[in-house]
Write a protein that binds this ligand. Sequence first.
Ligand code: FEO
Ligand code: CA
Ligand code: CA
Ligand code: CA
Length: 590
Amino acid sequence: AKTPLAHAVALGFASIPVSTEDRVIVPEGYVARPFYRWGDPVGLRDNLPAFKPDATNTTAEQAAQAGMHHDGMAWFSLPRGSDNAEHGLLALNHEYIDNGLLFHDGMADWRLDKARKGQNAMGISVIEVQKRDGDWTVVRPSEYARRITVGTPMQLSGPARHHTLMKTAADPAGETVFGTMQNCSCGHTPWGTYLTCEENWSDIFVKHGERNALEQRYGISDSDESYRWSEVDDRFNVDKTPNEPNRFGWVVEIDPYSPDSTPRKHSALGRFKHEGATVTLADDGRVVVYMGDDQKFEYIYKFVSDGRYNPQDRESNIRLLESGTLYVARFNDDGSGEWLALVHGKNGLDSSNGFASQAEVLIKTRLAADLLGATKMDRPEWVAVDPNRSASVYCTLTNNSDRGTEGKAPVDAANPRAKNLFGHIMHWTEADDSPASTRFQWDILVLAGRTDTDDKNAKGTMQGAAFGSPDGLSFDHRGVLWIQTDVSSSTINQKAYAGMGNNQMVATVPGTNEYRRFLTGPRGCEITGIAFTPDNRTLFINIQHPGEGGDVSDPANPQAVSTWPDAQPNGRPRSATVVITREDGGPIGT
Ligand code: FEO
Ligand code: CA
Ligand code: CA
Ligand code: CA
């Protein structure tokens, strides 16, 4: 892989210090403003319910408001096909919910209507945003405004459509799935659609009876104290609705420009705990999608479409993710790598091993990847493709405290640290400079960690700003690489992370090894979501779960208590989108 290309771009801000303050801090000369908070109206016509700070908004009102726990996010210029940097749509995920914050009385008197409010607080928002008189605003009402929830009908596409394992009493044909959930990171396509990715969906399901190999491999468990939907909604009780879990774990494509369009779950992209779906194009126009499966010892995947992108034909582009080849990565210790095809009838993926068809290979993606001998990674999160060289790809591996421990996979060259508490960022270059290639060369861009230790498992290899648990990862349009951290709320500024402050966002130009801290978040939050306007002059990010782990009554951990962004005494912390600009209107970061 050698050294990544250095770009003709340089960072132009002074790195800020770590912070434990309960606010968003950006470098001097920048402004950061919370902008679309949980409970703010999404902007539906004649339906603009205001947020009630005591959480008494109804289930129906929640379906017309921002959901909880903002995560991945993408920008779409208006009008479609333009590069307008001052008017557009943001599509963003609401990854999960906190029942303790969602209701006035918490989980007391648990019933179906409460589960439904939670279902309406997950999913996706599409909002219209515009810069007016120099200030960004959410346009309300908007003909584009939309909430997609755990109840929104979607069409299943690709080989698993109509398969027996996808059929339920509510959908005997196995073609119409209800909703999407646990939407973590995302992607966007050259034809102007949003990809949203179902990550920790297995947390919702409960099965009390004996669990089969497929259920075990995807982590369906026999209890759930967090969501409790399965107690009141049989759809999530696997004893009663055995195939419903098979209808989650997919990538969903949404056309944000068509608010009445039906989202599609693309089975060709495989079923796992999808973190994100980063799209690039091969020279011949085939669409390439990179995807991580974010759990300890899971894999990195790539999809290559059968068809080719045609800038003049959106109707056919919008079907490109329905058929193609799914691959899983093997990282060899000598720095070479291979993409192994998950194709029925090849590499032992046949009936003798439990894969009767391509649909079964996809529904059981993890089991198929196990059979092929893919490399077990330290929690693959986001993937970013260099805007100046599409065969040069980066992936965050956030951490893996079990690496190298007894009975688990040992360290290897691609996952080189035992009990990897800080994570690292992989880089690979596809053979022949083609994203569709089946071979690559890899190296490690950076080992995350502290800069003040000699412990090799904790020492970061970066110069400048120390960070750990990298998660969000994206290039801007010039080639600056932006990294967002998701240190667990039980570890923020504590234990191995003592003194490292709240979660943060840092920037680097690959090839320089210099990292500068651009943003620090409020207490208890994760920083996620990266969307630049086409002129790089506005950056939208998301603050997820401020105050998580906070407990005023726990003197050992008072620092996690947050009232961000409203700063009301005893108020509820609210996940929110933040809009970041420069006071002089210049490009962000340079
Ligand atoms: Fe939802 Fe892997 O972060
Ligand atoms: Ca993430
Ligand atoms: Ca994470
Ligand atoms: Ca999180």
